[in-house]
Design a binder for this molecule. Structure first.
Ligand SMILES: *Cc1c(COP(=O)(O)O)cnc(C)c1O
Length: 387
């Protein structure tokens, strides 16, 4: 009988040891032994599929990757120490000197640093286009455009990019489409169904969901993943077995957690929209969202994040954070605890006003990552902080 993918994910595990443990064991080992020199030779020659050394593979990482493949509908994957090492390894494996990367100006801050500061050192050029100007995406394609990289929803402005349209463009021009699916999670959006070749996650966020570990996953077509594996096997961004064990266990509760996160985010967004201190509020599944139709087409839910602009601008944003009594002031997102952040004075403070506006960050913008607390307690804290 065909099983639902959540059932398959929960039941998917590495082989039991002879102890018969119900929960997956943790393989805290750097290397693995062989019964004979012949077996060891065959393992190194890749004639048999077995673990050699935890920089290459480890049963705990394998379990996490297998479960993520079920969720994203991917052929294969590799788990890395952080979301950034997943992104960097993908860039380094699939592009070379002389290639061009097409992306959008609203991407995660560290990804932006890699694209603008480090890739050019290796002769890889880039162009940024505004997230929702689909004509600009097409106009920026060059004969050497090797990769299109995007996030949707974008961080922190929650703009939605049409995956179907960008994928058509990538296929027409023979570019690899890479989607950072961190914000939506595989339950909210499955980019491979829209043609993405590679999907990347920072497992640090919703996948762990409890703010405990860093982690990253690259998923996609086997031919790409095999080459990314070879790059990682030699360069060493492997995920630690302990973190893999934590993250894999977290996936068993991802669906129930996300249902509550999404419910809370949607409830708060509806209650706060139109508040006298708020100039605008964005949540992908509110009809007021500028790309509501696209969100409805490609997402199964609106996600656990929303953002709003305070009429009082930069100073308003800072004092809003100061007045919060329950919500956390921290840089993470996707935790059990609701988090408020003010990008203009923190993560994006180094940019000029104009650069910030280019990436969709207005002075009074607050981003909320909805946690699992009682929704009215979160709402009341935000309302009292609005004053
Ligand atoms: C956090 C984040 C990353 C980076 O992940 P780390 O695990 O912190 O390295 C990449 N993309 C997005 C959208 C993120 O939110």
């Amino acid at each position: 009988m065909e099983q639902h993918r959540i059932t398959r994910l929960i039941r998917k595990r590495i082989a039991q040891t002879e102890e018969g443990e119900h929960s997956s064991p943790l393989f805290l080992t750097s290397s693995f032994t062989f019964d004979s020199s012949e077996e060891m030779r065959a393992a190194f020659a890749e004639e048999i599929d077995t673990n050699i050394y935890s920089r290459f593979s480890n049963p705990n990482s394998r379990e996490l990757v297998d479960r993520m493949c079920i969720l994203e509908g991917a052929e294969d994957g590799f788990a890395t120490a952080s979301g950034m090492s997943a992104i960097f390894s993908t860039f380094m494996t699939l592009m070379k000197q002389g290639d061009h990367l097409l992306s959008c100006n609203a991407i995660f801050g560290s990804t932006h640093t890699v694209v603008t500061k480090f890739l050019p050192k290796f002769g890889i050029d880039y162009t940024y286009v505004p997230a929702n100007d689909l004509k600009a995406w097409e106009a920026a394609i060059r004969p050497n455009t090797k990769m299109i990289f995007l996030e949707t929803p974008t961080n922190p402005g929650l703009e939605i990019i049409d995956l179907e349209v960008v994928n058509r463009l990538a296929k027409k021009h023979g570019a690899i489409l890479v989607v950072d699916n961190c914000f939506a999670t595989p339950l909210g959006q499955r980019p491979i169904e829209f043609g993405a070749d590679i999907v990347i996650h920072s497992a640090t966020k919703w996948l762990d969901g409890q703010g405990r570990t860093l982690g990253g996953v690259v998923l996609g077509k086997s031919e790409f993943i095999y080459n990314i594996y070879l790059f990682c096997r030699s360069t060493g961004p492997a995920l630690s077995p302990f973190n893999a064990w934590i993250l894999s266990k977290s996936l068993e509760t991802l669906e129930v957690r996300m249902q509550r996160h999404v419910e809370n985010a949607f409830y708060l967004a509806q209650k706060l929209e139109g508040h006298e201190k708020i100039a605008w509020l964005k949540y992908p599944f509110l009809p007021s969202h500028p790309q509501y139709e696209i969100a409805k087409k490609q997402m199964k839910d609106g996600g656990g994040l929303f953002c709003f602009e305070l009429k009082e601008g930069l100073e308003g944003g800072r004092s809003f954070l100061d007045r919060l009594q329950i919500l956390s002031r921290t840089a993470n997102l996707g935790d059990t605890r609701t988090i408020a952040s003010h990008p203009a004075s923190t993560t994006h403070a180094k940019l000029s006003n104009e650069e910030r506006l280019n990436v969709g960050i207005t002075p009074g913008m607050i981003r909320i990552s909805a946690g699992l607390e009682n929704r009215d307690d979160i709402l009341n804290d935000i309302l009292q902080a609005l004053g």
